[in-house]
Design a protein around this ligand. Structure first.
Ligand SMILES: *[C@@H]1O[C@H](CO)[C@@H](O)[C@H](O)[C@H]1NC(C)=O
Ligand SMILES: [Ca+2]
Length: 262
């Protein structure tokens, strides 16, 4: 075993010792150290002067790969990566709770139809009721003409009071606006006996000679007796209807049968 090899081994041992920390390697180092001491002692034979320092030996073979070092510190965070491709379509969600029942147009129409039927029935009952009271009224002396009904309370009053009575009853003083209405008024006079007379809702109190309805409207129908209106004694602003259906202007303070129209 030559010196170079021994030194190399020795160096290797020390190097190994410096790197490793295990107790097993420490034992190896002591072994090499002892070997070195024995050889050094054995070479002390000649008594000559010590020689010059030897030259450096050749570079030894490459050592074995060392053990893995300790893990390094964690690096700083890198830049964000590119946006990835869209993910696959997710699974279908579970079915939601059932909503409240809506009102269908069909059922609404049915409801309206039902209500119409109810209204129709009530309308028929109302019509029957009206017919009944109309019969009672006519039986009691009322006379109908179109949608008007003429009726008397059987009393005689002056023009002002007769008008008031009819208003309070919810009607008006009889005011025939056509032949049919005039006939209906006349018929009432017939039921009250001969030469019965009644005031009409007509007057020329505002402008002498120009008779108008009490509403102020122009007349649409007249049935004056021959020679009337004559404004006798310049005191005839009111009008009466006689049992022949003819009209005559008379003083407003006379008493006449009250006939109202409704
Ligand atoms: C005028 O009319 C009244 C009734 O209102 C009658 O009594 C009188 O005779 C009439 N006069 C004339 C001149 O026709
Ligand atoms: Ca007259």
């Amino acid at each position: 075993m030559n010196m170079v090899k021994i030194l190399t081994l020795l160096f290797f041992g020390i190097s190994t010792n410096a790197i490793t920390t295990t107790s097993t390697d420490n034992g190896k180092c002591e072994e090499f150290t002892n070997t070195c001491a024995v050889i050094s002692c054995g070479s002390q034979r000649s008594a000559g002067l010590p020689g010059r320092d030897g030259r450096d030996g050749k570079e030894g073979p490459k050592g074995e790969k060392g053990d893995k070092g300790q893990q390094g510190h964690r690096g700083s965070q890198g830049p964000p990566g590119k946006i990835g491709p869209p993910g696959a379509k997710g699974d279908k969600g579970s079915i939601g709770q059932k909503g409240e029942q809506g009102v269908s147009a069909t059922s609404e129409v049915d409801t309206v139809r039902e209500q119409m039927k109810v209204f129709e029935r009530e309308l028929h009952l109302l019509q029957a009721s009206l017919n009944k009271y109309n019969k009672i009224l006519l039986f009691h002396g009322g006379k109908q003409a179109g949608d008007k009904v003429f009726v008397t309370n059987g009393f005689e009053e002056n023009f002002e009071n007769a008008q008031k009575t009819c208003k309070e009853a919810g009607g008006n003083l009889a005011t025939p606006r056509n032949a049919a209405e005039n006939s209906a008024t006349q018929e009432i006079l017939h039921t009250k006996g001969e030469s019965s007379k009644s005031f009409l809702g007509i007057s020329d109190a505002q402008v002498e000679g120009i008779f108008k309805y009490l509403t102020g409207e122009k007349m649409t129908f007249t049935n004056w007796n021959l020679g009337e209106p004559n404004n006798s004694k310049d005191n005839e602003d009111c009008v009466e209807i006689q049992d022949n259906g003819k009209w005559n202007d008379i003083p407003c303070n006379l008493l006449r049968l009250v006939i109202c129209e409704f």
